[in-house]
Design a protein around this ligand. Structure first.
Ligand SMILES: [Zn+2]
Length: 473
């Protein structure tokens, strides 16, 4: 009996020790010590924390002062550094035909090197490749950002962009959406080069019926209010938003339907008739319907000043495949050959777009940071252009927090993936970046990347520089 008692006490003691040991320290795939967390949602920095990662999730957030003796298969000293959710570029393109597949695949490296761990591909002609990359990345067989894609764009007959699905009537629209649904696309992208008013509205209605997300340009034969009412998920670029702020939108739309006005004539009229009261109502409708807006300010700036700015010595050109650079020529020629009036109009328009962004923000409209980088979009380089977009947003009047939110949080929420992505919290995605500067203090600090973490894979500065160097040969 006496012996039994002491066995029990030893057992209890051992149990106590093992429990205590467990509390003392856990083992993580990655352990980052003494790091400052940038909480983009609250706009606050939570100083001096221990962050643990297991698999693809954040498994520990704890004050470094109270932190137990944890261990990590990989450890990072986060002293004086800032950790946050990886950036998302919410408007990119993979395109340019068979010969440019490898060049497009190289973009994945440019995104990662720039801390972009999620991209929304807004349509192109490389869908099978993009879907293969997406799967390979998800299965950890390829390093790249999480890809969300629309697959091919929908447009009318003889569309501008190669690879678009041409639709002219309801039965073609149903067949097209069936095929997109079977490809399991993340959203439907509608383009406006040739699409009719009827087809455009039918696509929106059909997608809504099926619970599919839409995103697009908008033909000027449609009023913005009609697109919003019919459930467009996001409006890409600000042309269409500005149209919806005109006191003459209805008249302009009718003139375009009758074929009396083209895009640019009607745009002069749109710019001339901006009305604060109408704009207020439009912003309210966007907010009420949760319609997201993608301003793409940086590319607007680059393209508006192509006639003045020389980009031939841009550092990033050395990372871009010559085949992609060749596709830049079209827009450059267009800009140089434009009439003096058209050049001025383009610049004035860009100014109006910049002014629109803080107004949208103030009105509570959700925006998405997107660069529109990809082939054909001259000098808008994948990766770095997202940082420039965030900088343009701040220059326009957004706070650093508001700008960051349009990339990380809004990007994930728009696509319905905010259960995993977009916030720095326990159990959420461990696609993260570690910066040497606080981006809430100065937005250009998003460029001060020290580490990119993809799930449990840690890439330090040396790894990132090596990745970049492979693009130079
Ligand atoms: Zn685009």
């Amino acid at each position: 009996m006496k012996y039994l008692k002491s066995y029990i006490s030893i057992g209890v003691l051992l149990l106590f020790i093992s429990c205590n040991k467990k509390e003392e320290g856990q083992n993580f795939d990655v352990l980052i010590s003494s790091v400052n967390i940038v909480d983009v949602v609250s706009g606050k920095v939570i100083e001096n924390q221990s962050v643990g990662i297991n698999g693809d999730t954040i498994a520990l957030i704890e004050s470094a002062d109270k932190s137990q003796n944890h261990t990590g298969a990989t450890t990072i000293d986060g002293t004086n550094k800032f950790i946050m959710s990886g950036l998302w570029d919410n408007h990119v393109h993979f395109r340019g035909g068979e010969e440019l597949i490898k060049a497009n695949k190289d973009f994945l490296k440019l995104f990662i090197v720039n801390g972009i761990t999620g991209v929304r591909d807004a349509g192109g002609d490389l869908t099978p490749d993009v879907l293969a990359w997406k799967t390979a990345i998800n299965n950890n067989n390829l390093i790249g950002p999480a890809i969300f894609t629309s697959g091919p764009k929908l447009d009318g007959p003889n569309p501008t962009w190669a690879g678009s699905i041409e639709v002219e009537n309801e039965s073609q629209i149903i067949t097209a959406i069936d095929s997109l649904e079977s490809l399991n696309v993340d959203f439907i992208k509608i383009y406006d080069s040739r699409i009719s008013r009827e087809s455009y509205l039918t696509i929106l209605k059909e997608a809504k019926k099926r619970g599919m997300l839409t995103s697009g340009h908008m033909p000027f034969t449609v009023n913005l209010g009609e697109a919003i009412e019919n459930g467009i998920g996001s409006v890409e670029h600000l042309y269409y938003i500005l149209k919806g702020c005109s006191s003459k939108e209805k008249e302009i739309t009718e003139a375009v339907i009758r074929g009396e006005m083209g895009f640019w004539d009607s745009f002069e009229e749109v710019m001339r008739t901006y009305d604060d009261e109408i704009a207020k109502n439009t912003f309210e409708a966007l907010k009420q319907q949760n319609t997201h807006v993608v301003p793409t300010l940086h590319i607007g700036d680059v393209l508006s000043y192509l006639d003045e700015n020389d980009h031939t010595t841009d550092e990033y050109l050395s990372y871009i495949d010559p085949g992609i650079i060749k596709t830049y020529e079209g827009r450059i020629r267009g800009a140089l050959n434009a009439s003096p009036e058209a050049k001025i109009r383009r610049k004035n328009l860009q100014k109006m777009f910049v002014e629109l962004v803080p107004r949208l923000q103030k009105a509570g409209v959700k925006m998405l940071a997107g660069s529109d980088s990809g082939a054909f979009n001259s000098y808008t380089y994948p990766g770095i252009s997202l940082h420039k977009e965030l900088e343009e947003m701040v220059k326009s009047g957004l706070t650093t927090q508001e700008a960051l939110k349009t990339s990380t949080y809004n990007g994930a929420a728009f696509l319905g993936h905010d259960d995993h992505y977009g916030t720095f919290a326990l159990g959420k995605s461990s696609d993260l970046i570690i910066l040497s500067g606080n981006p809430l203090e100065d937005i250009t600090n998003t460029r001060t990347i020290e580490y990119v973490i993809l799930g449990e894979t840690v890439l330090n500065k040396e790894n990132l520089n090596q990745m970049l160097a492979t693009l130079k040969d």
